[in-house]
Write a protein that binds this ligand. Structure first.
Ligand SMILES: [Zn+2]
Length: 411
């Protein structure tokens, strides 16, 4: 191809990648103004905790790049340090900081998983509408629904109602089904999410044994009575909850997101590969599965599943800004190796701080451009094909998979 024509095409692609409206298909809420500095800001670039976060994560390439990009956004000099960035953000008025970060993202719609463990510290999902063109929608975290139901049942027992393991299980099962059905029918809820990966692993069993379920529920009840915290982590029960959600979601046409791969030290890494999900994917062919977090470092396995199962979609989020730029390019290339380009969706996994949405967007746009540009230079992609990949990844696929019915607001 003529060099001049190629350069014109690349300029055109660059314009589309940097400006096309986006649907952020997986994100969490901003901290409330009064809690804006309540969490260590290093959580922006790593899911490590304790000193691994505050003393080690700041020495990653991801942190160096985030520092430079945020320093530029905040009008600081090229030599600004991570501490300078933190200081500057504290000086900015909160709404000003949020707008500064959100305006360049061109995020039109956010799908918020509002089942975080600190619901009182963050804003309600609809609060985020002020920064987007289309209303924010909810993703319901199924383990949280199950935990709340069990807690209420056991609390009721403490208050004097006699419950046997069988009756706890029967009430739990009925209430869970009712609640999942009501969420599935709620137009504000566009999908479900499971954190099975964090709890009992992705080797989700499709065959449930009633005796194991009863034992599991009793274990959860006993643990709750001693610790007063309810954490759904009994494999039989967790697997039951996931398959109940998969069935109901499939009947109602709502997708189920799965945390896969990349996360904190709570996950068992070897149980977080989506390859373990093959039996459950096969068992629910009418339910749409969305594999979150690029399934890093199991991206190729996720791409394989999305390529061979009609009902599997791949999200390429969380790697922005957690990986180095080189790492991000490698992952995006792996996503595109085998996975059909109409099954890829982007997200920020934005959480707590508006900067996570900012970095999650500008880095993704930059990296997607670089990968597609290289393919176009080698003559492997036309401008039309590359443009269609960008539009699908940032908007069209999520719009379709979550039945959002949105029109891209291009300026
Ligand atoms: Zn997430």
């Amino acid at each position: 191809m003529d060099t001049k024509l190629l350069e014109q095409d690349l300029l055109e692609l660059s314009r589309t990648v940097s400006s096309y409206p986006a649907i952020d298909n997986h994100a969490h809420a901003f901290l409330k103004i009064e809690n804006r500095d309540a969490m260590p800001f290093e959580g922006l670039i790593s899911e490590a905790t304790g000193p691994a976060l505050t003393e080690d994560a700041i020495h990653t390439l991801a942190c160096y790049r985030a520092t430079a990009q945020l320093a530029k956004l905040f009008g600081l000099g090229r030599d600004a340090t991570w501490e300078d960035v933190k200081r500057r953000r504290r000086e900015l008025e909160y709404d000003q900081l949020c707008r500064l970060c959100m305006e360049p993202t061109r995020i039109q719609c956010i799908l918020i998983d509002d089942g975080l463990w600190i619901p009182d510290m963050v804003n309600d999902y609809s609060w985020h509408d002020r920064y987007t063109g289309s209303p924010t929608k909810r993703i319901v975290r199924i383990e949280v629904v199950a935990q709340d139901i069990l807690k209420d049942l056991i609390d009721a027992q403490v208050a004097g109602t006699t419950l046997t393991p069988v009756s706890i299980w029967q009430s739990f099962e009925a209430k869970l089904t009712a609640q999942l059905k009501s969420s599935a029918a709620d137009p504000e809820v566009v999908g479900f999410k499971s954190v099975a990966c964090y709890r009992t692993g992705l080797d989700i069993s499709v065959n449930q044994d009633f005796a194991n379920l009863e034992v599991g529920v009793v274990q959860l009840a006993l643990r709750y009575e001693t610790t007063r915290t309810m954490r759904l982590s009994e494999k039989a029960v967790n697997d039951y909850v996931v398959t109940a959600a998969l069935r109901i979601a499939g009947e109602c046409g709502k997708p189920v997101q799965f945390h896969t791969g990349l996360g904190d030290n709570d996950i068992t890494l070897s149980k977080s590969t989506p390859a373990l999900m093959q039996p459950v994917i096969k068992a629910f062919p009418n339910t749409k599965f969305v594999l979150l977090h690029s399934s890093y470092p199991f991206t190729q396995e996720a791409g394989y599943l999305a390529a061979v199962y009609r009902n599997v979609f791949l999200d390429f989020g969380e790697i922005f800004p957690f990986l180095s730029a080189d790492g991000q390019r490698d992952v995006v290339k792996q996503v595109l190796e085998l996975c059909p380009t109409n099954k890829i969706m982007w997200s920020t996994d934005g959480h707590f701080w508006p900067e996570s949405y900012y970095l999650g967007t500008i880095q993704a746009r930059q990296v997607l451009y670089e990968v597609l540009e290289a393919s176009m230079r080698r003559g492997e992609l036309t401008l039309t094909q590359a443009t269609s990949i960008v539009k699908s990844a940032f908007f069209d696929t999520a719009n379709k998979v979550y039945n959002l019915g949105l029109l891209p607001r291009t300026v």
